[in-house]
Ligand binder design. Sequence first.
Ligand code: ADP
Ligand code: MG
Length: 334
Amino acid sequence: MDLRALGEFGLIERIRARVGVTHPATILGIGDDAAVIATPPSGRALVTTDAYLEGIHFRLDFAAPEEIGAKAATGAISDIAAMGGRPTHLFLTFGAAPTTAVDTVDAILDGLLAVASRHGAHLAGGDTIASPERILIALTAMGEAAGAAPITRAGARPGDRLLVTGALGGSLAGLTILLEAPERAADPAFAAALLRHRAPVARVAEAALLAARFHPTAMIDVSDGLASEVGHIAAASGVGFRVDLAAVPVHVCARAVASALGRDPLALALESGEEYELIFTAPADDVDAIAHVLHAETGTPATAIGEATATRAVVARDAGGREAPLAPTGYRHF
Ligand code: ADP
Ligand code: MG
């Protein structure tokens, strides 16, 4: 069956029937002209929107539809996490051609709703449109701060340490295999990189823990690439950074791809987007406690990779101590 046969209202009803997890703040979900949601106790709601367009953000030949739906939800939820928040609600604007198989749409929804459920987010509304050829998945996520206040990009102070969760490079490594060596995509040596590309995870528990226990001075998620994200914190906070390249945690799966394809693993780690790891700043005295508590309670490592400076430049320091500007490489739309 295709969407033409199911119809707009058939699809909306199908989505409504599938929504498993609801949220205590939902007064009215899917079905009326608008949802009704209780104001968070803090009086401040986090709201963010992310759009994923077939051919630009995903390809149906590079990932399963479940993975595409899951990754869209992950990207939207990660922006809430990056504010030190927990997601509460999602709104989905879905566009597809009338000839799209309902099975494909169901699979996208399966992945999307599984990620939403895992993080306690309720799909409370959206819009449904016909799109001439490409699938559109546009998600609005709402959330609330897990700590006393949201964590912005703007609070880093000179002397603060720069930290990152997990390890970087895997997402771009997986994409590089798909684009440049698709005949090797089934090689088990690259399975981990493909998984990082197709099925990244939003660091919601980690962000909530950081926000509730440590309150980082600034935070951002890695959607475009480390080098680019550090530049955003620098610009918003009015500081610079010195990034120690030798300290940047390169994912072991990125090293495997780099050595197979003759790439620089560090460049993969600096440029890889859609990692959804967290980059944050904190006073130097908090670093050991943060790394210890985060690892003990979530299993996720946090690594100190540099320091905020009063001079506004973002520089990279290599293992030999040489410094050079850190170019904000990574994904760019235009
Ligand atoms: P309207 O014509 O007023 O825009 P719709 O018929 O588009 O109303 O939507 C009816 C209800 O279904 C609304 O509650 C809306 O939020 C919900 N809805 C529509 N499309 C989606 C979707 N893709 N995902 C979730 N909810 C949706
Ligand atoms: Mg509508």
